[in-house]
Each structure stands twice: as C-alpha cells, then as structure tokens.
Write a protein that binds this ligand. Structure first.
Ligand code: SAM
Length: 334
C-alpha cells in the first residue's frame, strides 16, 4: 500500500512543471485580438504558483477580458511530499479591477471551494469549462491526450503547452491533419521551475542561486486552434528537385526531405518531412497527407528482423537500410 502511494506520488510529481511568465507573455502577444470580451479558463493552475493566472489577472484590462476562471488541482497522492499543493481544491473567479488601481487585489478575487479534487475531467470542472471561451494553460503532460480530447469534445478555443512528440499521438495527429489544431508561435527550448523535492538529473536540470530547481526541455511547443499570423506565412522554397538529393522511400511512395528548408520548390508529389515542419506549416501552401507512424507499416521484405521496429519509412543506400524518424507526408498546394 505504502509502495503504491509512493509510486502514485512519483507519477503525480512528473507533471509538476511551472511555466515562466516570460514564456507566457512572449506567446500570448501573438493572440491579443482573440481575447477581447472573452472568458478565459486556466484549469491546471494553482494560482499560488501558476503564472498563467498571474498573466491573465494582471493583463485583464489590457486584453479586455470578460472573466478569468482558474482551478487548482489537489492531488491526493502528493500529500506525501508537496508543499505547493492547495489544501483543498478551489476555483477562482476574477472579473477585473473594481477599485481603479488596475491590480487584482485579494478582495476582488472570488475564491470558491470545489467538492472534488479539481481534476479537469470532473463534472464540476467541466461545468466551468462550459463557461469558458478560451482555455489557456500548461496541462499535465501525462494526461495530454485526454486533455485535448476534452477540449475538442466541448468545442473550446485553446492555447496550451505540450511536447512536440504529442504531434504524432494517434489522438492528436488527425486533428492537425484536418487543420483543427496547429502549432503556435514558439517551439523549442523551454525552462520550467520544478518543486523542491524534484529529483536531480544529469542533464537539463539546475538549481539557481536562490536554490530554485529548474528543468528544461528542448522539444516544447504550443498547441492551439486560435489563428496566428505565422500560420499564413509561406515557407520560402529555394531548392530544386533532383532524384539524388531527394531519394524515394523503399516502403512508401514519397521522397525524403531531411529538413523543412530543403523542400524543393518544383516537386508536386508526396514528400516526407521531419515533424518540426509543423512549426512552419501554412495550410494554404501545403496539404498534410499522413504520418509515417501509420503510412510506413509495410516493411521492406528483406529487412532483418533485428532492424525492425514500429511503422516507419526506410531508405536504402549501398544495400543498407536506414530507418527514419517520424516523417510527416505533405504535398504542395498548387
Ligand atoms: C505541467 S504543470 C503546469 C502547471 C501550470 N499550469 C503552469 O504552467 O505553471 C501541470 C499541472 O497540472 C496539475 N494536474 C495534474 N493532474 C491534473 C488533473 N487531473 N486535473 C487538473 N490539474 C492536474 C498538476 O498538479 C500541475 O500543477
């Protein structure tokens, strides 16, 4: 029993990454026009540590928000360790400045108890979700699939942080392919504050001079269904197709393009590009056909068993097979 609690606590800990205000600010400035008159929900956000709450409360008037709702999750399994967790799951409502100082004062913020633990999937949190126009947060990575599915089910606008690997999840990729979800403005490295009891690791981990622990990740991106300028900018194409530089896959009828900037300007067939292409994707310029995780299911016949893994595209050079990382298949719109 004790072991089970400990494991549950460790699992819960994995999700404790706190986003920096600067990262929120840098992304949100590309979406300002979407927020006027809107109710924003941050539903994985302890207001005492969440900069999403801080950002929206302090920019309430600037953005012209109607209401800010924030829910704070109380993880039962974290009682063993955490000093950060709320004593009780609560939700906050802020309807803007009333005393003219343009600062969210304590007496202007309504604090309300939740009956359950504040899980975003609970009925009472879903009721709050229904009131929201736009959901903005960094949700638990371990529940990303469910989190996105819920947003889609309730047809919400959203801007959320996730891992680039999530692009290829079977629950997420079809949404990207159908242009129901896309990648936001910034992708790449991001540093997060982690709790005091976060276990040190060899890489991408440090403690600053105040003793605050940090963790960074190199493959973070924003997922959204709010329109941004970047999504309408063409990728500048300058390379010309030739069969030597753009070999054909062995097990799928498309050419390999190793980097987004190398997409040839004069090739109208199917092309496989790295997943990072989505960061530059303009739906008026390209159409997404699929992903190698699904399309690469026909293995080369003479591929040794030891070299086989899940579905992928393969190239053959000097009689050797090369298995490629996930590729997205695209076609130029003419
Ligand atoms: C990646 S952290 C981000 C926290 C905060 N949104 C931020 O960006 O600083 C995800 C948060 O979701 C909370 N969480 C975990 N499971 C949850 C659930 N089922 N429902 C709501 N929140 C949850 C965690 O406690 C954690 O604080």
């Amino acid at each position: 029993m004790a072991n089970r609690n400990l494991n549950a606590a460790k699992e819960a800990k994995k999700d404790e990454f706190y986003t920096q205000l600067e990262d929120i600010n840098n992304e949100l400035r590309h979406y300002r026009e979407h927020f006027r008159g809107k109710t924003v929900l941050c539903n994985c956000d302890d207001p005492r540590v969440s900069n999403f709450f801080t950002y929206f409360a302090y920019n309430f008037e600037f953005l012209g928000l109607k209401r800010l709702i924030t829910t704070c999750y109380k993880s039962q399994s974290m009682d063993l360790f955490s000093q950060n967790e709320c004593d009780q799951a609560i939700y906050l409502i802020y309807d803007g400045d009333r005393n003219g100082n343009n600062i969210p004062d304590a007496e202007e913020i309504g604090i309300h108890p939740l009956k359950g633990d504040g899980d975003f999937r609970s009925q009472e949190c879903i009721e709050l979700l229904k009131q929201a126009d736009i959901v903005v947060t960094n949700p638990p990575f371990s529940l990303f699939r469910e989190y996105v599915a819920q947003l889609m089910k309730y047809e919400k606008k959203f801007l959320i942080i996730g891992n680039q690997n999530a692009v290829c999840y079977k629950e997420v990729f079809p949404l990207i392919m159908q242009n129901k979800v896309w990648i936001g403005n910034y992708s790449g490295d991001m540093a997060f504050k982690v709790p005091e009891d976060y276990e040190p690791r060899e890489t991408r981990y440090w403690q600053d001079t105040t003793g605050q622990k940090w963790r960074s990740m190199g493959n973070i991106c924003w997922f959204t269904n709010l329109d941004i300028k970047k999504r309408h900018e063409d990728i500048i194409l300058y390379k010309h197709y030739n069969p030597d530089d753009y070999p054909q896959y062995i097990n799928y009828d498309a050419i390999e393009v190793g980097k987004t900037e190398l997409i040839p300007c004069d090739y109208n067939g199917l092309m496989g590009v790295p997943v990072t292409f989505l960061d530059k994707y303009n739906p008026d310029q390209f159409e997404i056909i699929g992903v190698s995780l699904v399309l690469g299911n026909k293995k080369p016949e003479d591929l040794p068993k030891s070299k086989q893994g899940g579905p992928a595209f393969y190239l053959k050079k000097n009689n050797e097979y090369k298995r490629l990382y996930n590729r997205i298949v695209i076609r130029r719109k003419i």
